[in-house]
Design a protein around this ligand. Structure first.
Ligand SMILES: *Cc1c(COP(=O)(O)O)cnc(C)c1O
Length: 313
């Protein structure tokens, strides 16, 4: 249990209007959570302070070798006016899986959840209520030693900042064009793909730029070994419906284990749907789509009815 010291702002900011377009990650609330780590002392000085800039040495290790991690989750205002998080214990667990990969010290899961709850509670009036909006929560850890040597840092900052946001993807549920990236990869097995860390995103920008330049809105990432199997789309896990089954790429070390992914699998199974976690090649996907095109092509008379399946009325 953290003993969190709270310093409230004396100059609250103006909140966005109820129906104002929020965008994603552009507006920040009045407060933030911050806690230090020092080797030998552990995590210490948990506090909530007014949202503000932080000051670091230009030699701080995070700027040079990318030793950092982040998480992302949301707070929702329920119809009952209460505030809800969605499976925050999963974010706490994933934080430590990421930390292990990046040689960042673990944070006790209950401390992570407590920190998130505490800062959301203070800024609960910032949670937007319009349909599809929520308070985006961004916990993150950065390496802060003033040192240019390559080694894990001895000091870190853990922070939680909050941003009232609309949907991450502004197109909502409308179909979008997807660019299949066959030159660059996002992550490789043995790399950091399963970890939520900035480096994976830095590696992904070029694919996104290529896609946007060609008027596609998302990148489909392939595996880093054979560039044949589907991994993720943009920064999302992906599901297909093939022959009545729900199919998603199996976790292989280079795919981020999304909490949405895990929840989707559990929900689909609860509805009696068959869910397969396995390798899915681009070829298989195009073939499955060919099935749809061929079948509907025959049904609508656009393709030759070579099996004699169409019956005239
Ligand atoms: C965060 C993230 C996801 C989604 O994870 P959720 O827990 O479902 O929000 C998917 N892919 C990547 C690369 C991510 O960074």
């Amino acid at each position: 249990m953290l003993d969190i010291k709270i310093t409230k702002t004396t100059a609250p900011k103006e909140k966005p209007a109820k129906d104002a377009p929020l965008g994603f990650g552009k507006i920040f609330t009045d407060h933030m959570f911050i806690m230090n780590y020092t080797e030998g002392q552990g995590w210490h000085d948990p506090r909530i302070v007014p949202f503000q800039n932080i000051s670091l040495s230009p030699a701080a290790m995070v700027y040079h070798y990318g030793q950092e991690m982040f998480e992302g989750l949301k707070a929702y205002k329920g119809d009952d006016d209460e505030v809800y998080l969605f499976r925050p214990d999963m974010n706490a667990k994933r934080t430590n899986n990421t930390n292990d990969r990046l040689c960042i010290p673990n944070i006790p899961e209950e401390d992570f959840v407590q920190a998130v709850k505490a800062v959301v509670d203070i800024d609960r009036d910032w949670i937007p209520t319009a349909l599809g909006t929520s308070l985006y929560i961004r916990p993150f850890i950065i390496a802060t030693d003033e040192f240019l040597g390559v080694a894990p840092s001895n000091t870190y900052l853990f922070m939680v900042i909050l941003s009232p946001s609309g949907a991450y993807y502004s197109s909502g549920l409308a179909p979008v064009g997807i660019w299949i990236e066959d030159e660059y990869v996002r992550a490789v097995r043995g790399g950091m793909g399963f970890a939520k860390t900035g480096g994976n995103y830095a590696a992904s920008l070029i694919g996104q730029v290529k896609a946007h330049n060609d008027n596609y809105s998302q990148v489909l990432w392939l595996d880093g070994v054979e560039r044949k199997y589907i991994e993720e789309v943009g920064s999302m896990n992906i599901f297909f419906k093939i022959d009545g089954k729900v199919v998603t790429p199996m976790l292989n070390g280079s795919i981020l284990p999304g909490i949405t992914r895990d929840s989707t699998i559990k929900l689909c199974k609860s509805w009696g749907l068959e869910v397969e976690e396995r390798k899915i090649s681009v070829e298989e996907l195009l073939d499955a789509q060919k099935n749809y095109d061929t079948m509907t092509g025959i049904q609508y008379g656009k393709l030759e009815d070579k099996f004699g399946w169409r019956v005239k009325v």
